[in-house]
Design a protein around this ligand. Structure first.
Ligand code: HEM
Length: 113
């Protein structure tokens, strides 16, 4: 049985900062987030791969969309911003997709209900 926890915390593959919360490590896609592009297996792999993978991803996107409806985002006027378009065919979740990643600092205002 493969240990997803040890794969996702392998310093040789992910670097010494593996324990740090750095979502920007995925800014150029899953394939470039580590030295081994197949070492990201949140839903397992092979014949016993998670049956709810697509459902879980859809739910996560819906939850994020619902949260974002109550948050106002604006670009920070003094922070640099870079915009990247990339295309990947190695995603676990889709055979092919195009994505735009904006690396910037945001001001977040949350509207309390
Ligand atoms: C973020 C959410 C989820 C994560 C990270 C996740 C992750 C996993 C992992 C790691 C496995 C084991 C795969 C393996 O043994 O190689 C698994 C199995 C499974 N998951 Fe999920 N899962 C999630 C959500 C769901 C949901 C929402 C459902 C159902 C609606 C679901 C149904 C299943 C089932 C039925 C299996 C067993 C598949 C089998 O043994 O053939 N999962 N999941």
């Amino acid at each position: 049985m493969t240990s997803t926890l040890s794969i996702h915390h392998d310093r040789e593959v992910r670097g010494e900062d593996v324990e740090e919360f750095k979502p920007e490590r995925f800014s150029e896609g899953i394939a470039k987030a580590s030295k081994d592009h197949v070492a990201f297996l949140p839903f397992g792999w092979g014949p016993r791969i998670c049956l709810g993978q697509n459902f879980a991803m859809m739910e996560a996107k819906m939850a994020l969309a619902m949260i974002l409806q109550h948050i106002s985002l604006s670009f920070h006027p003094h922070m640099p911003m870079s915009l990247h378009y990339y295309h990947s065919s190695t995603s676990t979740w889709s055979s092919s997709y195009s994505t735009c990643a904006i690396r910037c600092h945001l001001r977040v205002e949350i509207a309390l209900l």
